[in-house]
Unconditional design. Structure first.
Ligand SMILES: Cc1cc2nc3c(=O)[nH]c(=O)nc-3n(C[C@H](O)[C@H](O)[C@H](O)COP(=O)(O)O)c2cc1C
Length: 358
């Protein structure tokens, strides 16, 4: 089976020539919060913690970073949860906090906390397909109950002054597509923008994102529409804008295997071309990210390093050797040493010394 990152996405498909004309906008405003460029990092649980977010921000080209989804109930119950999921640094602005939950009052209270913590935006998750979230009517579970969504929209909207957005899927299944109605309702309730991952809950991550629904949502509302799903290359980002008219694009999984994607989209927008990362860039990137992880001392650091070593090394010749070495290591510094060793056989000694000292 082909891996996600090995499959060419939509840019070469139907309507590919529209991408020539389209560009990702230089900026978008969500309720007065200015994002430049209009390329956003998708929230990803287990991935978009403060370290990953700052890492992406530092590489350039990303207009908004978002937290992992955070349980509104959990936040009210457990202070540690706030510390773990909603901790951010000053250099992360503009930043959005994503919440999930189903009780309007709890959501409103959690949104107030988010505002108090200094976030620039708050986002409601209506897309998560995970069983444990759906079971308590959170995430995509709510897609079957528009009136319940309306009550959350109203409660959160009146609770906070910061812009409020929603991220959702097409609907529960092909027979229950609600994205256009949902987007209209969001606009009517005063939300500042909508982000659509163009798959149903039933689809999970399978098949292709159906960008035609992003176009349908764009035609239905005046608030900014953020398109999401299957952007693997800068050409895909341009093609999504060309085919849907969306105001901003959001990138998830590709960021984990190619964190330069945001910079590449910006380059492609400006010049019609972009540079690929060299092996030295890759080394520097893995090292920087791992060093940041070790310094932050977040729970599960070694697991994250192993996971990332596997994503980052796709496209690196003999990457399998590094993945094996990393999986056999036990501590963060040990993993870092394996990375240094691996690249020292491939890059000049001088280059390795420069990068590992930096
Ligand atoms: C590991 C993983 C974790 C995710 N966690 C979240 C989340 O916390 N909140 C959310 O709204 N979407 C989450 N998503 C969905 C992504 O934000 C995004 O909508 C989806 O991956 C499609 O975009 P992509 O094709 O660019 O990856 C997650 C996706 C992945 C792969």
């Amino acid at each position: 089976m082909r891996k996600y990152w090995e499959t060419p996405a939509n840019a070469t498909g139907e309507g590919a020539n529209q991408q020539q004309l389209a560009r990702v906008p230089d900026s978008v405003s969500l309720g007065g919060v200015h994002l430049a460029p209009a390329t956003l990092l998708a929230p990803m649980s287990g991935i978009t913690d403060t370290v990953f977010r700052r890492f992406i921000r530092n590489l350039g080209g990303c207009g908004l970073i978002m937290t992992e989804f955070t349980s509104a109930d959990g936040m009210l119950r457990d202070k540690r949860m706030r510390g773990r999921y909603l901790h951010f640094y000053d250099d992360e602005h503009p930043i959005s906090a994503q919440l999930f939950g189903s009780d309007p009052q709890v959501m409103a209270e959690a949104a107030r906390m988010v505002e108090g913590l200094g976030f620039d935006l708050v986002d409601l998750n209506l897309g998560c397909p995970a069983k444990k979230v759906v079971k308590c009517n959170g995430g995509s579970g709510l897609l079957r109950d528009l009136p319940a969504i309306g009550r959350i929209f109203q409660a959160v909207r009146t609770a906070v002054k910061i812009p409020f957005t929603v991220k959702f899927r097409l609907g529960w299944s092909d027979d229950e597509i609600v994205c256009v109605d949902l987007a209209r309702m969001a606009e009517d309730c005063g939300l500042a923008g909508v982000a659509l991952h163009a798959r149903t809950r039933e689809q999970g991550y399978s098949g292709q994102a159906r960008w035609e629904w992003i176009a349908a949502v764009k035609n239905a509302v005046r608030v900014p529409v953020i398109g999401n799903g299957d952007i693997r290359l800068p050409e895909d980002a341009a093609a999504m804008v060309g085919r849907t008219g969306c105001d901003a694009v959001m990138i998830g999984r590709t960021a984990a295997s190619n964190p330069w994607i945001f910079r590449q989209v910006a380059q492609y927008t400006a010049t019609g071309a972009y540079t690929e990362a060299t092996e030295a860039d890759r080394y520097e990137m893995i090292r920087t990210y791992f060093q940041m992880l070790i310094e932050e001392e977040l729970p599960g650091t070694e697991g994250k390093m192993k996971q990332f070593a596997s994503w980052f090394t796709h496209g690196v010749a003999n990457g399998a050797g590094l993945r094996k070495a990393v999986y056999e290591s036990r501590t963060g510094p040990e993993i870092l040493a394996r990375v240094d060793e691996f690249f020292s056989t491939r890059l000049s000694r001088e280059l390795v010394a420069n990068i590992s000292k930096a």
